[in-house]
Design a protein around this ligand. Structure first.
Ligand SMILES: [Fe+2]
Length: 282
């Protein structure tokens, strides 16, 4: 297996010889590389869907997406990101994650690893960008690090919830009440230590973090704005431009990501798996 750096100290491209090698090396070789580099890009991963699922299983336990209506009918572990039909049926969800976030930070146990396999992608548009949150931590002033190290962030997925057909007929209040029951807001330390790499990481994101608990609202907003300004600094970022058969894995403990919409009218079909590799936090 050959490798090449993608961005300054962040992200690694894996060059492999055939899918059998990829399947065999998943746990022992790829996982340590993922923890070290946070994002792995494997080009030309010509996986069928059952091979993709087997590859995911070799990395850890698969986590099925909560809203099953967008899961593949034959492979329910696979969440479909698509704006085009599969077997003549629209099952995929499009317009997902168009803001900086880390997957499921609004859950008590977020999903540690996510991966996307590109089946059909537009020539332009639809990129996915990643931010190295250890690098963001190192860039913050010491005073801000000290404030954050004693605080927890409040995370809530409801403001980003995308309505589906099954929500038709519900009022906003009914939706909110259902969401509060299914998915109440949660608190996580604002700074975490990565369970495996041991690196300090800012675990706050613009998509789901509503506040820093224990600070006055104005102070909380100011602190979050300062952190999120650093998130926007391009020196912490890698942007992936997709080609068919690209397989990209990322570590949700150590990164944020954001999707861009594909250009108007361009078809896109991608498959996503969620992986559990043990507890998310220490
Ligand atoms: Fe995401």
């Amino acid at each position: 297996m050959k490798t090449a750096a993608l961005a300054d100290g962040f992200g690694l491209e894996i060059r492999h010889e055939g899918n059998a090698g990829l399947l065999a090396s998943a746990k022992d070789e790829l996982l340590p590389l993922l923890y070290e580099h946070k994002v792995l890009v494997i080009r030309d991963a010509a996986f069928t869907l059952p091979e993709f699922v087997a590859f995911g299983r070799n990395l850890g336990r698969l986590r099925t997406f909560v809203d099953v209506s967008h899961n593949h009918p034959d492979y329910p572990e696979v969440f479909v990101v698509a704006n085009a039909p599969i077997n003549d049926k629209i099952i995929g969800m499009d317009r997902v994650g168009l803001y900086w976030h880390t997957d499921q930070s609004f859950l008590k146990e977020p999903q540690p690893i996510s991966m996307l396999l590109a089946h059909e992608v537009p020539e332009r548009g639809g990129e996915t960008s990643f931010v190295n949150m250890n690098s963001v931590y190192r860039a913050l002033p010491d005073g801000l690090k000290a404030v954050l190290s004693e605080r927890v962030g409040l995370h809530d997925g409801f403001p980003k919830y995308i309505l589906t057909a099954q929500d038709a007929g519900l009022t906003v209040d009914e939706l909110k009440a259902r969401d509060r029951k299914l998915c109440p807001p949660v608190m996580h330390p604002a700074i975490i230590r990565h369970r495996i790499s041991r690196q300090p990481i800012v675990y706050l994101n613009p998509g789901f973090t509503q506040a820093v608990v224990g600070l006055e609202a104005a102070e909380s907003d100011r602190v979050l704005a300062e952190v999120f300004k650093e998130v926007e600094n391009p020196r912490h970022r890698y942007t992936h431009r997709w080609s068919p058969r690209d397989l990209v894995l990322w570590d949700n403990r150590a990164t944020l990501h954001k999707a861009a919409t594909p250009s108007q009218g361009a078809r896109r079909i991608m498959y996503r798996l969620g992986i559990e590799d043990g507890g998310f936090f220490e």
